[in-house]
Design a protein around this ligand. Structure first.
Ligand SMILES: C[S@@+](CC[C@H](N)C(=O)[O-])C[C@H]1O[C@@H](n2cnc3c(N)ncnc32)[C@H](O)[C@@H]1O
Length: 302
């Protein structure tokens, strides 16, 4: 801090970058700039400009930035500290209890958006199972303005975040349902989820999901994921494919003949997923690469 009670932006960035580096944060320079930008309410580009131009922060702003950096150095996800996560053109609200949307899922959403845009129906219908924050469902609604979208989530905490995001970004075209996908296979008294989805049977043009797919024994190395993403969002049974199996079966009841199923998965799961989809009667399964060249999504036609 200088005599005017302000902190030099460049010096503060260097200081918090060091704190983050010591905590093992993957990209400390970027996170330092994003923390400073969050505190000042400006973009990362503006923070970089301020650092070059010798800009300053108030004593209070610098103290807040240091506090956030301390938490980030303890590997609390940056998105939990800022409360926001970018996803395609959206800025979603996130925090404890909900999976933080990832850049690779943006490529998965693209596959669904392309398919939805090609539907000749004036009001194409899409479903996002395991919606978490609502990321995929809301991206579909925003980028395909004629579409109606339904989203399903089991966790009450995640559903609460999704409710908030749907109110902000849903444009009145996204319906959100709380429930467990396995209810869609169970016999007996219909649950609110079963009743809510019943009118969509045989009518959905694109059904997309980023389900939990980490094998139970494969605990993620990154503390941000391991300690802060909900276990329900990560683990998918012994081979990670428990939810994929359920989705493959129930999606056939909802997707219109010729409609598309889009699934995100781990790099090594493409072949197993193509095989199980074919065994369930899906056609033309194809695995797609993300922007880093890894097999991260599989599509199939009803
Ligand atoms: C990997 S996260 C994906 C969240 C979001 N689609 C995204 O891409 O950011 C998986 C989500 O599936 C939800 N989930 C897990 N099991 C479920 C089930 N049986 N029925 C419905 N949702 C489930 C989790 O709570 C979590 O929000």
């Amino acid at each position: 801090m200088n005599a005017e009670g302000t902190d030099d932006m460049g010096a503060l960035l260097a200081e918090i970058r060091e704190m983050l580096e010591a905590g093992g944060v993957e990209d400390p320079a970027t996170d330092a700039e994003l923390i400073a930008g969050h505190v000042l309410g400006v973009s990362r580009g503006r923070v970089q400009a301020l650092a070059i131009l010798g800009g300053a922060l108030s004593e209070e702003q610098a103290a807040t930035a240091r506090e956030l950096a301390e938490e980030r150095a303890r590997r609390v996800p940056l998105q939990h500290l800022t409360g926001r996560a970018p996803f395609r053109s959206l800025e979603l609200s996130v925090g404890p209890g909900v999976f933080v949307p990832r850049p690779e899922t943006e490529s998965v959403a693209q596959l669904a958006i392309d398919a939805l845009q090609a539907v000749p129906d004036p009001e194409p219908l899409a479903v996002d199972l395991c919606t978490g924050s609502g990321a995929i469902a809301l991206a579909l609604a925003r980028e395909v303005p004629s579409a109606r979208v339904w989203a399903v989530e089991k966790s009450r905490e995640a559903h609460a975040w999704a409710t908030r995001n749907v109110a902000e970004w849903g444009d009145g075209r996204v319906g959100l349902l709380l429930g467990d996908l396995s209810e869609l296979e169970a016999e007996g008294v219909p649950t609110p989820l079963v009743r809510g989805l019943a009118p969509l049977r045989g009518r959905v043009h694109v059904l997309v999901s980023n389900p939990p797919y980490v094998p139970n024994e494969m605990v993620p190395r990154d503390a941000e994921v391991r300690d802060h993403d909900p276990a329900l969002a990560l683990y998918g049974g012994a081979d990670g494919l428990d939810l994929v199996r359920i989705i493959s079966r129930v999606a056939r009841e909802f997707v219109v003949p010729g409609g598309l199923l889009v699934l995100e998965h781990a790099e090594v799961q493409g072949r197993a997923i193509r095989e199980l989809l074919v065994a369930d009667g899906w056609r033309a399964p194809a695995t797609h690469r993300d922007l880093t060249g890894r097999d991260r999504a599989t599509t199939a036609l009803r």
